[in-house]
Write a protein that binds this ligand. Sequence first.
Ligand code: ADP
Length: 342
Amino acid sequence: MSPNKNGNNRWKLNRPLLIFSVLVIYIFASFIWWSYLLISNNKHTLEQSITLLELQYEARGIATSDPLFQEAKTNLESRYRTQVTMILGEGAVFLVLLGVAVFQIWRSYRTELQLARQQRNFLLSITHELKSPLASIKLALETLVRRELPHDKQQKILQNSLSDTNRLQGLVEDILLAARFEDHSFRFARDQIMLSELVEEIADKVAHSHNHHEVHTDIDQNIYVTGDRQALTSLVANLLENAAKYSPPNTAIEVSLHPVQDRLCLEIADQGYGIPEEERANIFKKFYRIGNEDTRETKGTGLGLFLVKEVADKHDATIKILDNTPRGTRFKVAFPKPAPLS
Ligand code: ADP
């Protein structure tokens, strides 16, 4: 995008905020001006009333030092003070209410802007995520149609296309799952899922598709949780895919699943770039991606960890991010043990 176009877009985005700010400043300034005018008018009226009172008393031959005159004057002054207190009091309430309203409008505006920016980023990244595997599958099919290749080369091309297709399928399933979370009336299945088998299968797939990483598993057998198979698949797959995506080649990924007291603990640890402490609260937000040097170049939509957190919440599981040793990240998900079958 050219700097000129960029500037134009920024101006278009900021124009409503600028108009709004000018209006707010105008309302505040005119309100303060009218209050000032009202108070000074009242003061003027008081001064005139006192002069009139003096004339009336002088005409009746009563001196201004007379207690009768003083009492009438005090009454006028105290009425003036009540009026000033009323103007200031009501003015303060009005200003506070106006301030609250302006703050709320400004906050909604910021949220809208952030959402629009996130959606735009999401659309860009999703287009890229869909386009590149589709392009390589198309290229692979064209090569197979046009040329007679040796069996092992054909197998390699087909394997690559299969892993691209799996990536596409995972992405589409994640988008559908995110849409299900938006639909609050949707109820997730509560089946008995053999988590140990599910984790083993996904770890196997990730080990195949990321063969520059070693995936070590330490999984207790016959571990069940109550929940939704597709949602749990997304949770495990996203954590494992991230462990591979955000760590350099030839590093190990460790996956373990054990009962610990009354919980079932799934841990996925990598030797990667790690997640800075200050980003840990943000990374579960929808479409959020950390913009640091190490991870900026990686592909992604910022949807993965949002789904991980939502799925964990729906399964009453807690999720923790810890530092791995000597480096990297350790995600710890603790599921409740399923209730014994009656
Ligand atoms: P995506 O991977 O599509 O960008 P996610 O929601 O899965 O989105 O992750 C959000 C961000 O959290 C990523 O952009 C990345 O910067 C960071 N992140 C996630 N997992 C890891 C990890 N294991 N190690 C380092 N950074 C990670």
